[in-house]
Design a protein around this ligand. Sequence first.
Ligand code: SAM
Length: 217
Amino acid sequence: MEDQGGFNWQDPRIANLFATAAQTPFYKLWGDTITEISLHLAKMAEAKTLIEIGAGRGNLTRDMLIKMSSKNISVPLFASDANEAVLNNVAKLRDEFSNQQLQTHLWDVNNAPDDDLKKQIKEPVVLYERASITYATYGCLENIGQVADMIVLGDYFNCTGELFADDTMFDKIGVKPLFYKDVEPLILKHFPNQYLFDREVHDRTGIPNISLVIAWK
Ligand SMILES: C[S@@+](CC[C@H](N)C(=O)[O-])C[C@H]1O[C@@H](n2cnc3c(N)ncnc32)[C@H](O)[C@@H]1O
């Protein structure tokens, strides 16, 4: 892709690659963990709104809708993405889950959330995502902080400051390494409490990345 001018989401090879990767056991477990934790937090905090950013193919959206339906919960869910075509696809989930309150919303998290979204959401808000802010810039945390009370971020945050194999590999699919030392102060500015889900693994094995961050106001 580098030879052809750079990373391109519209390339069918990329679409196929992500579709296949999304069905692997690890990716499913990771998504299951993110949605389970987010819904659990939503219940504990009596959240009035769930926001998902970078919904993509709707893997997490579907997972969340399945979980809410099976637990007999219905919290309004705003699935957002920077790409309109992606959202048209996610909106189809409304037919499948007519018992749920799913809305789609165009939001490039590099920009502040628009008034339309702010007007529609009710606090407390739980916001979750996976592998989407790695395509945005650090500044997006400032924008996320404007609407969310609790966040669950599923990204590979580099904790050592040194590039590792994952970082080099992800770079090939358009992901820039997110150094936790740079991300942490931005998270803590809006969400002073944080829990690094796989910190123990990180500490014990020296694995250089953290894959799940939970933070709240
Ligand atoms: C790798 S996909 C992740 C999809 C989904 N979160 C999942 O885990 O299956 C990344 C998604 O992030 C979206 N994205 C990229 N940059 C974004 C931005 N600045 N704001 C919001 N979404 C963005 C892309 O359009 C794409 O749908």
